[in-house]
Design a binder for this molecule. Structure first.
Ligand SMILES: [Zn+2]
Ligand SMILES: [Zn+2]
Length: 174
């Protein structure tokens, strides 16, 4: 969704509120595509602090489905944060992008709300996603989810020297 900023810039110090809906249902990143399963209504509040400066504020509260790092089962991860951006309209889109070290979400007088929120989601991405603190992950041999019980695979990785001794024992018992 886009907001044209000229209206917000016409009145000094007046807060203009824009209810917007998120324009994407899947968050795409280098790590994968994560579905957004729920999202609270978004209101973008824009204040023109002087003739060339804007304050953009909004609140994000959404739930994204991200696979567990260990067992790959989908986990509902809540993102709940405030966004506050001061924008200098004297700068060009390129200059702003450089200063903010992110893709510029304002071009001319057009605010790309989806891009703004997407940038913020990147920043708030958790380093680790686990379905539970003690997730047992998946079996390296058969891929079974070990939280549902053991799969019966022999995954004990023995020292090769130990393996020789084990074989001697095996043969002796036969
Ligand atoms: Zn897990
Ligand atoms: Zn297994």
């Amino acid at each position: 969704m886009h907001i044209h900023l000229s209206e917000a810039m016409s009145k000094l110090d007046a807060v203009k509120e824009y209810p917007v809906s998120l324009g994407f249902h899947v968050f795409s990143s280098k790590l994968g595509d994560y579905p957004i399963v729920s999202c609270e209504p978004i209101v973008v509040a824009i204040t023109c602090t002087d003739d060339k400066h804007l304050m953009i504020k909004t609140k994000v509260n959404l739930t994204m489905e991200i696979p567990c790092d260990r067992c790959l089962e989908p986990v509902n991860v809540l993102f709940d944060f405030d966004v506050e951006k001061e924008v200098d309209m004297n700068l060009t889109a390129e200059e702003r992008a450089q200063g903010l070290d992110e893709l510029s979400y304002i071009e001319d007088y057009d605010l790309d709300v989806d891009m703004l929120i997407r940038n913020e989601l990147f920043v708030h991405m958790p380093v680790k996603v686990l379905c539970r603190e003690d997730c047992k992950g998946i079996c390296k041999k058969c891929g079974a989810n070990l939280n549902n019980g053991t799969c019966g695979c022999d995954v004990t990785e023995l020292d090769p020297r130990m393996a020789v001794i084990r074989d001697i024992f095996k043969n002796a018992n036969q």
